[in-house]
Design a protein around this ligand. Sequence first.
Ligand SMILES: [Fe+2]
Ligand SMILES: [Fe+2]
Length: 193
Amino acid sequence: MPSPAIESQPDLLHMLVQDHLLSRSVLDAMEQRCVQERAGRPLQVAFWLQVLDYFDGYFDRVHHCVEDELLLPRLALEGFAANGSDVRQMMQEHERMTSFRQHLRHALGQRARGGLHAIVQAFVALHRQHLAHEEQHVFALVRTMLSKAVQYELAQDLELRAAANASERAAAELLVASLRQQVDRAPPTQPRS
Ligand SMILES: [Fe+2]
Ligand SMILES: [Fe+2]
């Protein structure tokens, strides 16, 4: 006898998870470009400015806004934002990411290739750790500790915000595709004489 169909619930955090995938794609491209430039390719200022556009624009003004205005306050309201909590750590890291981008922009303005690559390395490490921590601890809190009623309310808020952000999301996807193409199509490095 076939087992009864299990009704699968859509993940209320689907959009945020998709944003993380998009961001990881940018982090991968950043690391790839660093390798290419360390191997002798010229410093590609336009590429790094586009990277900053992504993080200053979509990632900070859209993705972080959704987390800072909807997700984290809801968890705080439910009592999950005590000092030292994962929720509080995520809030603090959002702040730290802003100053990292300022350092990156400064190094780029100076055309300081070595300094830029060192900042990129730290920037990428912080972002990867943040995305993973958020998924493993904060998103898990939402899925396992919030009541169904609260999850439903949050899902409604997230859906409304995703609809309002649809054009920014589409633009961000194009920007990330452009970054990927730039590193994937970079010609092989000429050996230095
Ligand atoms: Fe975050
Ligand atoms: Fe996030």
